[in-house]
Ligand binder design. Structure first.
Ligand SMILES: O=C(O)CCC(=O)C(=O)O
Length: 270
Protein backbone atom coordinates (compact mmCIF):
# COMPACT_ATOMS: atom_id res chain seq x y z
CA UNK A 1 0.00 0.00 0.00
CA UNK A 2 1.16 3.53 -0.70
CA UNK A 3 1.93 5.84 2.21
CA UNK A 4 -0.05 9.07 2.79
CA UNK A 5 3.04 10.99 1.56
CA UNK A 6 3.17 8.98 -1.67
CA UNK A 7 -0.56 9.52 -2.25
CA UNK A 8 -0.18 13.24 -1.62
CA UNK A 9 2.76 13.43 -4.04
CA UNK A 10 0.73 11.71 -6.76
CA UNK A 11 -2.33 13.92 -6.29
CA UNK A 12 -0.32 17.16 -6.16
CA UNK A 13 2.40 16.40 -8.72
CA UNK A 14 0.61 13.87 -10.95
CA UNK A 15 3.15 11.11 -10.42
CA UNK A 16 4.98 9.14 -7.78
CA UNK A 17 8.05 6.90 -7.96
CA UNK A 18 8.00 3.77 -5.80
CA UNK A 19 11.55 2.39 -5.59
CA UNK A 20 11.94 -1.41 -5.77
CA UNK A 21 8.24 -2.21 -6.16
CA UNK A 22 9.64 -5.30 -7.87
CA UNK A 23 12.84 -6.99 -6.74
CA UNK A 24 15.99 -7.19 -8.84
CA UNK A 25 15.25 -10.91 -9.43
CA UNK A 26 11.73 -10.08 -10.65
CA UNK A 27 12.96 -7.27 -12.92
CA UNK A 28 15.66 -9.58 -14.34
CA UNK A 29 13.05 -12.27 -14.98
CA UNK A 30 10.86 -9.77 -16.85
CA UNK A 31 13.83 -8.45 -18.83
CA UNK A 32 15.20 -11.88 -19.76
CA UNK A 33 11.75 -13.14 -20.74
CA UNK A 34 10.76 -10.10 -22.78
CA UNK A 35 14.06 -9.75 -24.64
CA UNK A 36 13.97 -13.40 -25.73
CA UNK A 37 10.19 -13.57 -26.34
CA UNK A 38 9.68 -14.16 -30.07
CA UNK A 39 5.98 -13.24 -29.81
CA UNK A 40 6.83 -9.85 -28.30
CA UNK A 41 9.35 -9.29 -31.05
CA UNK A 42 6.94 -10.37 -33.85
CA UNK A 43 4.08 -8.25 -32.50
CA UNK A 44 6.20 -5.14 -31.94
CA UNK A 45 5.81 -2.14 -34.19
CA UNK A 46 7.77 1.08 -34.61
CA UNK A 47 6.83 4.72 -34.33
CA UNK A 48 8.89 7.55 -35.78
CA UNK A 49 9.56 10.56 -33.60
CA UNK A 50 9.70 14.11 -34.97
CA UNK A 51 13.42 13.69 -35.89
CA UNK A 52 12.92 10.38 -37.68
CA UNK A 53 14.22 8.09 -34.91
CA UNK A 54 12.27 4.92 -34.20
CA UNK A 55 10.86 3.75 -30.91
CA UNK A 56 9.53 0.20 -30.70
CA UNK A 57 6.75 -1.37 -28.67
CA UNK A 58 4.31 -4.29 -28.42
CA UNK A 59 0.88 -3.55 -26.89
CA UNK A 60 -1.89 -5.93 -25.80
CA UNK A 61 -5.08 -5.62 -23.78
CA UNK A 62 -6.09 -8.70 -21.78
CA UNK A 63 -3.55 -9.64 -19.10
CA UNK A 64 -2.83 -13.37 -19.21
CA UNK A 65 -1.15 -15.86 -16.89
CA UNK A 66 2.26 -15.23 -18.46
CA UNK A 67 4.94 -13.33 -16.58
CA UNK A 68 3.79 -9.90 -17.82
CA UNK A 69 0.11 -10.49 -16.95
CA UNK A 70 1.16 -11.85 -13.57
CA UNK A 71 3.12 -8.66 -12.98
CA UNK A 72 0.30 -6.33 -14.01
CA UNK A 73 -2.23 -8.27 -11.92
CA UNK A 74 -0.01 -8.60 -8.84
CA UNK A 75 -1.55 -7.43 -5.60
CA UNK A 76 1.13 -4.83 -4.83
CA UNK A 77 0.56 -2.96 -8.10
CA UNK A 78 -3.25 -3.30 -8.22
CA UNK A 79 -3.66 -2.19 -4.56
CA UNK A 80 -1.60 0.91 -5.26
CA UNK A 81 -3.56 1.72 -8.43
CA UNK A 82 -6.86 1.26 -6.56
CA UNK A 83 -5.67 3.65 -3.86
CA UNK A 84 -4.72 6.23 -6.49
CA UNK A 85 -7.85 5.91 -8.63
CA UNK A 86 -10.17 5.52 -5.65
CA UNK A 87 -12.02 2.31 -6.58
CA UNK A 88 -11.84 -1.10 -8.26
CA UNK A 89 -9.73 -1.10 -11.40
CA UNK A 90 -9.43 -2.88 -14.73
CA UNK A 91 -6.41 -3.39 -16.96
CA UNK A 92 -6.55 -1.21 -20.07
CA UNK A 93 -3.35 -2.37 -21.75
CA UNK A 94 0.28 -3.27 -21.21
CA UNK A 95 3.18 -2.57 -23.50
CA UNK A 96 6.81 -3.57 -23.69
CA UNK A 97 8.76 -0.41 -24.51
CA UNK A 98 12.00 -0.95 -26.35
CA UNK A 99 14.49 1.83 -26.99
CA UNK A 100 17.48 0.53 -28.93
CA UNK A 101 21.01 1.75 -28.11
CA UNK A 102 21.98 4.95 -29.99
CA UNK A 103 18.94 4.81 -32.30
CA UNK A 104 15.91 4.50 -29.99
CA UNK A 105 13.51 7.35 -30.65
CA UNK A 106 11.91 9.94 -28.39
CA UNK A 107 8.31 10.29 -27.22
CA UNK A 108 6.93 13.75 -27.79
CA UNK A 109 5.21 15.69 -25.00
CA UNK A 110 1.73 14.29 -24.49
CA UNK A 111 -0.91 13.24 -22.01
CA UNK A 112 -2.13 9.65 -22.22
CA UNK A 113 -5.69 10.91 -21.86
CA UNK A 114 -4.98 13.03 -24.93
CA UNK A 115 -5.42 9.71 -26.79
CA UNK A 116 -7.68 7.78 -24.45
CA UNK A 117 -10.32 10.55 -24.52
CA UNK A 118 -10.47 9.99 -28.29
CA UNK A 119 -10.83 6.26 -27.65
CA UNK A 120 -14.10 7.03 -25.86
CA UNK A 121 -13.33 6.99 -22.12
CA UNK A 122 -15.53 9.58 -20.44
CA UNK A 123 -13.36 10.43 -17.42
CA UNK A 124 -9.63 10.73 -16.76
CA UNK A 125 -9.92 8.04 -14.06
CA UNK A 126 -6.97 6.24 -15.61
CA UNK A 127 -3.25 5.99 -15.00
CA UNK A 128 -0.09 4.24 -16.13
CA UNK A 129 2.63 2.42 -14.25
CA UNK A 130 6.08 2.22 -15.79
CA UNK A 131 8.25 -0.60 -14.46
CA UNK A 132 11.93 -0.23 -15.38
CA UNK A 133 13.56 -3.45 -16.60
CA UNK A 134 16.91 -1.79 -17.32
CA UNK A 135 18.26 1.41 -15.76
CA UNK A 136 16.25 4.28 -17.21
CA UNK A 137 18.31 7.46 -16.99
CA UNK A 138 18.62 10.82 -18.72
CA UNK A 139 21.20 9.54 -21.22
CA UNK A 140 19.05 6.64 -22.46
CA UNK A 141 15.80 8.57 -22.61
CA UNK A 142 14.03 8.15 -19.27
CA UNK A 143 10.57 9.58 -18.78
CA UNK A 144 10.40 13.36 -18.26
CA UNK A 145 7.39 14.90 -16.59
CA UNK A 146 5.99 18.37 -15.99
CA UNK A 147 4.93 18.12 -12.32
CA UNK A 148 1.40 19.27 -11.59
CA UNK A 149 0.44 19.54 -15.28
CA UNK A 150 -2.36 16.99 -14.78
CA UNK A 151 -4.26 19.80 -13.03
CA UNK A 152 -4.63 21.64 -16.38
CA UNK A 153 -6.99 18.90 -17.60
CA UNK A 154 -6.74 17.51 -21.11
CA UNK A 155 -5.07 19.75 -23.66
CA UNK A 156 -5.37 19.58 -27.46
CA UNK A 157 -3.23 16.97 -29.23
CA UNK A 158 -1.83 17.29 -32.75
CA UNK A 159 0.37 15.14 -35.04
CA UNK A 160 4.20 15.23 -34.71
CA UNK A 161 6.05 12.61 -36.79
CA UNK A 162 4.03 9.41 -36.44
CA UNK A 163 3.14 10.37 -32.90
CA UNK A 164 0.46 12.64 -31.54
CA UNK A 165 1.74 15.36 -29.23
CA UNK A 166 0.20 17.90 -26.89
CA UNK A 167 -0.28 21.46 -28.16
CA UNK A 168 3.30 22.79 -27.99
CA UNK A 169 2.21 26.34 -27.03
CA UNK A 170 0.56 24.95 -23.89
CA UNK A 171 3.54 22.70 -23.09
CA UNK A 172 5.98 25.62 -23.48
CA UNK A 173 3.83 27.94 -21.38
CA UNK A 174 3.58 25.38 -18.60
CA UNK A 175 7.31 24.55 -18.79
CA UNK A 176 8.14 28.23 -18.18
CA UNK A 177 6.35 28.04 -14.85
CA UNK A 178 7.36 24.56 -13.65
CA UNK A 179 10.71 22.83 -14.02
CA UNK A 180 10.60 19.45 -15.70
CA UNK A 181 11.71 16.36 -13.79
CA UNK A 182 13.74 13.48 -15.23
CA UNK A 183 12.29 10.34 -13.63
CA UNK A 184 15.39 8.17 -13.40
CA UNK A 185 14.58 4.58 -12.44
CA UNK A 186 16.51 1.44 -11.60
CA UNK A 187 15.27 -2.05 -12.55
CA UNK A 188 12.19 -2.89 -10.48
CA UNK A 189 11.32 0.73 -9.67
CA UNK A 190 7.79 1.83 -10.54
CA UNK A 191 6.57 5.20 -11.74
CA UNK A 192 2.81 5.77 -11.35
CA UNK A 193 1.54 8.69 -13.43
CA UNK A 194 -1.81 10.36 -13.97
CA UNK A 195 -3.31 10.14 -17.47
CA UNK A 196 -3.36 13.95 -17.77
CA UNK A 197 0.28 14.41 -16.71
CA UNK A 198 2.36 15.94 -19.51
CA UNK A 199 5.29 13.62 -20.18
CA UNK A 200 7.86 12.83 -22.84
CA UNK A 201 11.13 10.97 -23.18
CA UNK A 202 14.35 11.62 -25.08
CA UNK A 203 16.24 9.49 -27.57
CA UNK A 204 18.46 6.70 -26.31
CA UNK A 205 21.97 8.12 -26.84
CA UNK A 206 23.65 5.43 -24.78
CA UNK A 207 25.31 2.15 -25.77
CA UNK A 208 22.67 0.11 -23.93
CA UNK A 209 19.03 -0.74 -24.59
CA UNK A 210 16.34 0.89 -22.45
CA UNK A 211 13.47 -1.52 -21.79
CA UNK A 212 10.44 -1.09 -19.60
CA UNK A 213 6.87 -2.31 -19.28
CA UNK A 214 4.04 0.16 -19.00
CA UNK A 215 0.68 -1.09 -17.74
CA UNK A 216 -2.33 1.20 -17.94
CA UNK A 217 -5.40 0.92 -15.69
CA UNK A 218 -8.92 2.26 -15.73
CA UNK A 219 -11.48 2.50 -12.94
CA UNK A 220 -14.13 -0.13 -13.70
CA UNK A 221 -16.95 2.42 -13.53
CA UNK A 222 -15.31 4.61 -16.19
CA UNK A 223 -17.20 3.28 -19.17
CA UNK A 224 -16.54 4.34 -22.75
CA UNK A 225 -19.06 5.40 -25.37
CA UNK A 226 -17.01 3.88 -28.20
CA UNK A 227 -16.08 0.18 -28.56
CA UNK A 228 -13.15 -0.55 -26.24
CA UNK A 229 -11.51 -3.81 -25.20
CA UNK A 230 -13.46 -5.73 -22.58
CA UNK A 231 -10.41 -5.86 -20.33
CA UNK A 232 -10.66 -2.09 -19.81
CA UNK A 233 -13.79 -2.39 -17.66
CA UNK A 234 -13.52 -6.00 -16.39
CA UNK A 235 -12.43 -6.23 -12.72
CA UNK A 236 -8.94 -7.65 -12.53
CA UNK A 237 -8.18 -11.12 -11.24
CA UNK A 238 -5.55 -10.17 -8.73
CA UNK A 239 -2.70 -12.60 -8.02
CA UNK A 240 -0.50 -12.87 -4.95
CA UNK A 241 2.85 -11.12 -5.11
CA UNK A 242 4.83 -14.37 -4.86
CA UNK A 243 3.29 -15.61 -8.12
CA UNK A 244 5.61 -13.59 -10.33
CA UNK A 245 8.75 -15.58 -9.56
CA UNK A 246 6.63 -18.76 -9.35
CA UNK A 247 5.37 -18.30 -12.93
CA UNK A 248 8.95 -17.95 -14.16
CA UNK A 249 9.99 -17.20 -17.74
CA UNK A 250 6.55 -17.78 -19.27
CA UNK A 251 6.23 -15.62 -22.37
CA UNK A 252 3.04 -14.31 -23.95
CA UNK A 253 0.93 -16.35 -26.35
CA UNK A 254 0.57 -15.19 -29.96
CA UNK A 255 -3.22 -15.37 -29.52
CA UNK A 256 -3.17 -12.56 -26.94
CA UNK A 257 -5.18 -9.54 -28.12
CA UNK A 258 -2.33 -7.41 -29.41
CA UNK A 259 -2.92 -4.01 -30.91
CA UNK A 260 -2.68 -4.63 -34.61
CA UNK A 261 -2.16 -1.26 -36.29
CA UNK A 262 -3.40 -2.60 -39.64
CA UNK A 263 -6.58 -4.28 -38.32
CA UNK A 264 -7.69 -1.41 -36.04
CA UNK A 265 -10.33 -3.30 -34.12
CA UNK A 266 -10.96 -0.31 -31.87
CA UNK A 267 -10.67 3.37 -32.49
CA UNK A 268 -7.30 3.05 -30.81
CA UNK A 269 -4.41 5.37 -30.44
CA UNK A 270 -1.72 4.49 -27.95
O1 LIG B 1 8.59 4.76 -22.87
C1 LIG B 1 8.73 5.97 -23.00
O2 LIG B 1 9.82 6.50 -23.09
C2 LIG B 1 7.55 6.89 -23.06
C3 LIG B 1 6.27 6.18 -23.20
C4 LIG B 1 5.09 7.06 -23.10
O3 LIG B 1 5.19 8.25 -23.00
C5 LIG B 1 3.76 6.48 -23.10
O4 LIG B 1 3.64 5.27 -23.29
O5 LIG B 1 2.79 7.22 -22.91
Amino acid sequence: MLTPQQLQHYHEQGYVVVPSLFSKAEADLLLDTSTSDTVISEKSYELLDASGFKTRLALWYTPGDDVYGTMSRSRRIVSAVEQLLGGPVAHYHSKVMQKAPRTGGAWEWHQDYGYWYKNGFLFPDMLSVMIALTPSVTENGCLQVLPGSHRMGRVEHLNTGEQVGADSAKVEAYAKLHELVYCELQPGDALFFHCNLLHSSGQNRSENPRWSIISAYNRTDNRAYLPVPESSFTPLEVVDDDQLLAVGAKGITASADFLDKSARKYQESD
